[in-house]
Ligand binder design. Structure first.
Ligand code: PLP
Length: 394
C-alpha cells in the first residue's frame, strides 16, 4: 500500500511549478522572448566571482578524496568557524561554531527545526503572506500550521491577531523577513514588538515560544533597509539560513540552522535539530559547497540589477494604477489583483503569456506575486501588457 498523504503531495504540483512549466511549453510555441515569466524565484544575477573561482580552485588544488568525502554531520569545523566569525563581525553577535548546523539549504533547515519542536499537539504560527511550502513542511512533520491573517496595508504583523493564536500548544512563531512573497522587510519596531509579545506569551503559557526566523533573503535589501540579528532582539530565536539567494546557489543546496546559546535549552534543541535532520536522511552537508562557503563567508551579492528591476516595475505598475507595497527586500513584488481575485487575474494574464503567481497559496488570495529576478528587457517589454491588463478591468 502507498501512503495516501505522500501520494497526494507528490501528485499535486505547486502553482508556481505549473506556471513555470507552462511558460517553457509556451516558449516553444510563441518564442522564448514572448513569454514574460515572473513565476519562479531563481536568482538572475551570477554568483560573486570568488564563489566560482573557489569551486574551481578547490577541485583543482585540494585532495580529491577529502573534497568528495563524508564530513561531520553539522559541517566542517572550518566552515562553522568562518560563518560564526562573519556573523559576529557583521552583527556584533556571539555565535560559536558549535551553534551552527549546516544543511542542504533552508528547506531542510526549517523542517529539522519544525520536527525538533513537534511534540504532541504542537502548533506553529505563521504570518500571512507566507512562503507556500511552510504548510506542507509543518503539516507533514508533526505540527499544526496556524495562520495569522495579513496586514494588507504595510505587510508587517497584525499583533492583535497573532496574540489570539498563541496558546499552550504553540511551540514557535515562524517569520520570514525579507519576505517571500511581499518583498517587505520587517522593521526593527515590528521585531521588538514581536519579542515583547513572545516574552509575555512564553510567561503566560509556561514554556518558551521559540521564534523561527527564516532568512534566505537576509542579504537582499534596498533603500537603506536594515536587517537585524534577530536573536539579539528575541533570545529564543532559531535562525534558518540559505545561500540559495545570497550567493545565487539554489541548485547547490547549502544553508544552516543557528541555535544560539541565548535560546532556552539551546544544547538540547541543537541536538534535537541534529536528530531530526538524521531522521530526514541528512548525512552531511555537501562537502564541496561547505568549502566554498568557508572561503566566501563574507561575500555579498551585487544587488544593482535586482534594484533596477524593482524600481522599474514599481514605478510603472503604480503609474498604471496597480496597488502594491514598496518592496525593500528579496526579489518579489506583491500586487493587489484588479478585480479582487488573484487567480482570475493570473488566468487573464496567462492569456497574454504574462505569468504571475496568485496569492492563494501564500495565504493572501487578493494579491499576486511577481518575481523581479528576470531580465530588465523582460520587464520593459512586459509593461504594455500590464497596462492592457489593468485597463481590461475598467
Ligand atoms: N524560505 C523561503 C522564504 C524561500 O523563499 C525559500 C526558497 O525560495 C526557502 C525557504 C527554501 O530555500 P532553499 O533553496 O535554501 O531550500
Amino acid at each position: 500500500m502507498i501512503c495516501q498523504e505522500m501520494l497526494a503531495l507528490g501528485q499535486s504540483r505547486s502553482c508556481i511549478r505549473e506556471l513555470f512549466e507552462y511558460g517553457l511549453k509556451q516558449a516553444a510555441v510563441v518564442g522564448k522572448e514572448n513569454v514574460f515569466d515572473f513565476s519562479i524565484g531563481n536568482p538572475s544575477i551570477p554568483s560573486p566571482p570568488k564563489v566560482n573561482e573557489s569551486f574551481v580552485d578547490i577541485v583543482r588544488t585540494e585532495d580529491s578524496l577529502d573534497v568528495h568525502g563524508y564530513t561531520p554531520a553539522p559541517g566542517y569545523p572550518g566552515v562553522r568557524k568562518a560563518v560564526a566569525d562573519d556573523l559576529n563581525a557583521r552583527f556584533g553577535a556571539d555565535v560559536r561554531p558549535e551553534n551552527l548546523f549546516f544543511t542542504c539549504g533552508a528547506a531542510p533547515a526549517l523542517i529539522s527545526v519544525i520536527r525538533a519542536l513537534a511534540v504532541q499537539d504542537a502548533e506553529i504560527v505563521g504570518i500571512a503572506p507566507y512562503f507556500a511550502e511552510y504548510r506542507p513542511f509543518i503539516e507533514n512533520n508533526g505540527a499544526k500550521f496556524v495562520v495569522t491573517p495579513p496586514d494588507m496595508e504595510h505587510f508587517q504583523i497584525r499583533f492583535d491577531e497573532l496574540a489570539k493564536r498563541i496558546n499552550a500548544h504553540t511551540q514557535a512563531v515562524l517569520i520570514n523577513t525579507p519576505n517571500n512573497p511581499s518583498g517587505v522587510v520587517y522593521t526593527r519596531e515590528t521585531l521588538e514588538k514581536l519579542a515583547q509579545l513572545l516574552t509575555e506569551k512564553s510567561r503566560e503559557v509556561g514554556h518558551p515560544v521559540y521564534l523561527i526566523s527564516d532568512e534566505p533573503y537576509r542579504e537582499l535589501v534596498y533603500d537603506g533597509a536594515v536587517v537585524s540579528w534577530v536573536p539579539s532582539i528575541y533570545p529564543n530565536t532559531v535562525v534558518c539560513y540559505s545561500y540559495s539567494k545570497s550567493l545565487s546557489l539554489p541548485g547547490e543546496r547549502i544553508g544552516y540552522v543557528c541555535v544560539p546559546d541565548s535560546a532556552e535549552d539551546s544544547a538540547q534543541l541543537f541536538a534535537a535539530v541534529a536528530g531530526a535532520a538524521r531522521v530526514l536522511g541528512h548525512v552531511c552537508p555537501p562537502s564541496l559547497q561547505q568549502r566554498v562557503v568557508a572561503r566566501c563567508a563574507a561575500e555579498r551579492p551585487d544587488l544593482e540589477a535586482y534594484d533596477k528591476n524593482r524600481r522599474a516595475l514599481y514605478e510603472a505598475l503604480t503609474g498604471f494604477g496597480y496597488v502594491c507595497p514598496k518592496a525593500n527586500g528579496a526579489f518579489y513584488m506583491f500586487v493587489k489583483a484588479p478585480g479582487g481575485s488573484s487567480k482570475a487575474f493570473s488566468d487573464r494574464a496567462k492569456e497574454k503569456n504574462v505569468l504571475v503567481v496568485p496569492g492563494n497559496d501564500f495565504g493572501c488570495p487578493e494579491y499576486f506575486r511577481l518575481c523581479t529576478c528576470v531580465s530588465y528587457d523582460t520587464i520593459q517589454r512586459s509593461l504594455p501588457l500590464f497596462k492592457e491588463l489593468i485597463e481590461s478591468y475598467r
